[in-house]
Write a protein that binds this ligand. Sequence first.
Ligand SMILES: CC(C)[C@H](Cc1cn(Cc2ccc(C(=O)O)cc2)nn1)C(=O)N[C@@H](CCCCN)C(=O)O
Ligand SMILES: [Ca+2]
Ligand SMILES: [Ca+2]
Ligand SMILES: [Ca+2]
Ligand SMILES: [Zn+2]
Length: 318
Amino acid sequence: ASSTNTTGTGVGVLGDTKTLNMTQSGSSYYLQDNTRAQGGIFTYDAANRQRLAGTLWTSPDNLLNSTYDGAAVDAHYFAGLTFDYYKNVFNRNSYDNKGGALKSSVHYGRNYNNAFWNGTQMVYGDGDGTTFIPLSGGIDVVAHELTHAVTETSSNLTYQNESGALNEAISDIFGTLIEFYNNKNPDYEIGEDIYTPKIAGDALRSMSNPTKYGDPDNYANRYTGTSDNGGVHTNSGIINKAAYLIAQGGTAYGVTVTGIGNDKLAQIFYRANTVYLTASSTFSQARAACVKAASDLFGTSSAEVTTVNKAFDGVGIK
Ligand SMILES: CC(C)[C@H](Cc1cn(Cc2ccc(C(=O)O)cc2)nn1)C(=O)N[C@@H](CCCCN)C(=O)O
Ligand SMILES: [Ca+2]
Ligand SMILES: [Ca+2]
Ligand SMILES: [Ca+2]
Ligand SMILES: [Zn+2]
């Protein structure tokens, strides 16, 4: 039977209704969006197993409003919004800039408290209901995971030590920028929508104040151990803080930074990630890459270049 593009509606993890791009074939409807990437956007059901990708999400109708549907609704919808951001802002055609298919699996494992990019696709656990609720319910989370794919097809920063922390920070930075772009309760924290449903106002990580969740905001306080691939989710706080200072300004360790806004932050980090950073880049090389990117974009003696230099001074990176 021939398949046709259609739309449906779904209720997300947090109970909000949204329109979905779907594919209809015969009497079945699938979470397959053919309207964006050449390769399409596909959402799969891992059915609480750990075998990927699982089954392409299939429904007898185009109304996905059950509790079980919520994780798939948000994974599909937020993947589409993340695609739109990279296309509209940077004219990047999907994560690989070649229209590559975007795949997500939800209901991964049992009470699985995490979400990740596995080198091929995005994967979302349901959480245990206390620490996490289904993790695709956070737009910053989905954009974080998809940005790992963008980084892998750009600088390909090695996922350990300083390059790994840069990899992580770039995912937190663009997860946050995409949250602001969609302008629904935007903030500089990560995972707030899906973390600890019984506790309000907390998150996994903070860009504005990394120390709030035990992460360093200065190179002098970096983690030098071996856990978590050399603290990639910890030392990312140092770069996240620099990014926050670039966008919003502030004073850190006696250095005062004048903010230049999210849009210029986005342009600087995207150009650094796609033009200057390499797999082995260090924090110091990331400073140089951001200065170079800002110089290319705004001029070598621009206020933007001054802000970048001051922000990295503020987090102790030379
Ligand atoms: C994006 C974000 C929502 C997600 C959050 C996350 C989840 N975890 C595990 C985790 C589990 C339990 C708790 C707790 O407080 O009890 C906290 C953290 N650690 N980080 C995250 O950061 N996932 C990692 C997963 C990395 C997997 C190895 N490559 C990533 O994508 O970088
Ligand atoms: Ca938010
Ligand atoms: Ca957030
Ligand atoms: Ca919470
Ligand atoms: Zn990550």
